[in-house]
Design a protein around this ligand. Structure first.
Ligand code: FAD
Length: 496
């Protein structure tokens, strides 16, 4: 359908009219729009960026599902109940049980849907991922090109749906406002397009605008934590503002958890590069120590639980620390999971030293401390104490057991790390039908939300649970799109 057809309503009201408007063409929004259109609805998908995909351009794209064909082919026994039990265990029961139940039951269909459309699974998947608290079974899947492998399926599917169904895509078109009627029901949106405000009427509006980890002001207001972001630059929290303006209630307060890793971004202070990160997890026994700006250690570096380490990091006021190691340790950090920086062999790491923000080398510990901005006396004392612990074979301070060698062979290195924010945990409260809930506790008629705009806390609780953002985004998108499409097909014609 052409845009002009959509705009002409013949009643003197020049607003374009649709059955469903989906705000945000990302992980959740694209499948929602496709399914709504396939179910017969007249759909407008509105994207503020010049390109579609949102966080799919940067995400690892890990997904989790139990009982898939791919597991069966590899002889992996799994069940929805086991998946749910793992999510409850990892999140310590802090995720929304109603929502994780929907995800766990429908996630296998999402994986098969992708597989049937040629999704390029990384050959080693499904596997158990140790970057987060691990599942008990190999049920994490990702593409060979991470999130881009998902987009490689969604983009042609969207094109196909636009060719075969009543689906229109606007890019460079931020939604700036939701319109409501006298009863508070959402009846449309305002889109800023081609330099002007364009009113659009709709029977249902789906907010799928992502999180707010690239929105420092909102982040400060809601989380009040230091922000070093590695999120997509489009994750500015627009959907939260849109929802709050029509009386929506937030959920997920107190569930925020930063993660580890991400070297300082060379171009933008205050951001981290997720693709360039140190291996700090249980995948690699550490030959380094972690110190804060006073030069003091703050955690047992060989602690296997990444969750414990992430929580310990949040106790450091500026949530910043440095890994300290010597050249002997770096020389041994070669090959895959053993590398000090993901994908970088020792010589590549050496070449980055003193050439990128936050990476320093020096011939003495004193000089290293000065270059890195760590308290000199503190670091000297800590390295000496650590070396004594290595010699004694016992770490009285933190109980670290892996004590392979002293930090003694120059040059010495320091890499700055922050608690980094990939995802945000608060978001618009929704019910089991994905309807946005108002402060009154009642659903706001006509308004739905899916994806990270509902907050990571909804499906991960106060934890990181493998795949439990991408999987819900895709799965809720598919479910809601299908349902709205079936319920609302044809209603645009009757909107006044
Ligand atoms: C580096 C990184 C790695 C990650 N790895 C994983 C992982 O392995 N597994 C996992 O489960 N999760 C992971 N996540 C989280 C997960 O990828 C995201 O939570 C999820 O992709 C978000 O999907 P979404 O549809 O909510 O938002 P997005 O995919 O970001 O889509 C939102 C879209 O809305 C658009 N938009 C925003 N505001 C407006 C507006 N006003 N008008 C119109 N359009 C608007 C945006 O431009 C964007 O295109 C990771 C996140 C990051 C940053």
């Amino acid at each position: 359908m052409s845009e002009s057809e959509a705009s002409a309503d013949g009643t003197g009201n020049d607003a374009a009219r649709y059955d469903v408007v989906v705000v945000g063409a990302g992980t959740a929004g694209i499948p929602c729009a496709i399914h709504a259109a396939q179910a017969g609805a007249r759909v407008l998908l509105v994207e503020k960026d010049s390109r579609i995909g949102g966080t799919l351009h940067v995400t690892g794209g890990h997904m989790a599902a139990a009982g898939t064909r791919r597991q069966a082919e590899r002889g992996i026994e799994d069940s929805v109940e086991a998946h749910l039990a793992d999510i409850r265990r990892i999140s310590k029961g802090t995720a929304r049980d109603d929502l994780i139940t929907i995800v766990a039951h429908h996630a296998p269909e999402t994986i098969e849907w992708l597989a049937d459309r040629g999704f390029a699974f990384a050959p080693e998947t499904p596997r158990i991922i140790y970057g987060h608290e691990p599942y008990t079974v190999a049920r994490t899947y990702y593409g060979k090109d991470e999130g881009m492998s998902i987009l490689a399926v969604l983009e042609p599917e969207l094109q196909k749906a636009m060719a075969e169904h009543d689906l229109t895509l606007w890019t460079n078109a931020p939604v700036t406002e939701l319109s409501t009627d006298d009863n508070g029901a959402v009846v449309g949106v305002t889109v800023y397009r081609d330099g002007k405000d364009v009113p659009v009427r709709a029977a249902a509006v789906v907010i799928a605008t992502g999180g707010f980890a690239s929105g420092p002001e909102l982040f400060q207001e809601l989380e009040g934590s230091p922000l070093v972001s590695a999120a997509a630059r489009t994750s500015t929290g627009d959907g939260i503002h849109l929802g709050l303006a029509v009386g929506a209630r937030l959920q997920g307060k107190g569930t925020y958890l930063p993660t580890f890793g991400g070297l300082p971004d060379p171009r933008t202070p205050g951001r981290a590069n997720w693709s360039d990160r140190q291996r700090l997890t249980s995948e690699r026994p550490p030959r380094e120590i972690y110190v804060d700006k006073n030069g003091r250690r703050w955690v047992r570096e060989d602690e296997e639980s990444i969750d414990e380490k992430e929580r310990a990091l949040t106790k450091i006021p500026d949530q910043t620390f440095w890994t300290i190691f010597d050249d002997a340790a770096l020389s041994l950090a070669t090959g895959g999971l053993n590398q000090m920086v993901v994908g970088k062999e020792p010589d590549e790491v050496r070449a980055m030293m003193d050439n990128r923000p936050g990476l320093h080398s020096a011939d003495t510990i004193e000089e290293l401390a000065r270059k890195a901005g760590i308290d000199e006396a503190g670091l000297v004392a800590t390295v000496a104490a650590y070396n004594r612990a290595v010699e004694a074979g016992e770490d009285p301070e933190f109980g670290r057991e892996y004590l392979p060698a002293p930090i003694a062979q120059p040059p010495f290195y320091a890499i700055r790390n922050h608690a980094i924010t990939l995802v945000t945990f608060q978001g618009l409260d929704i019910d089991e039908s994905f309807a946005v809930i108002a402060e009154s506790g009642q659903p706001i008629p006509g308004l739905y939300a899916i994806g990270e705009v509902i907050g990571a806390g909804a499906t991960c609780g106060n934890s990181f649970c493998s795949g439990m953002l991408v999987t819900p985004a895709l799965t809720f998108g598919r479910l809601l799109g299908t349902r709205l499409g079936q319920e609302l097909a044809g209603t645009a014609a009757t909107i006044h």
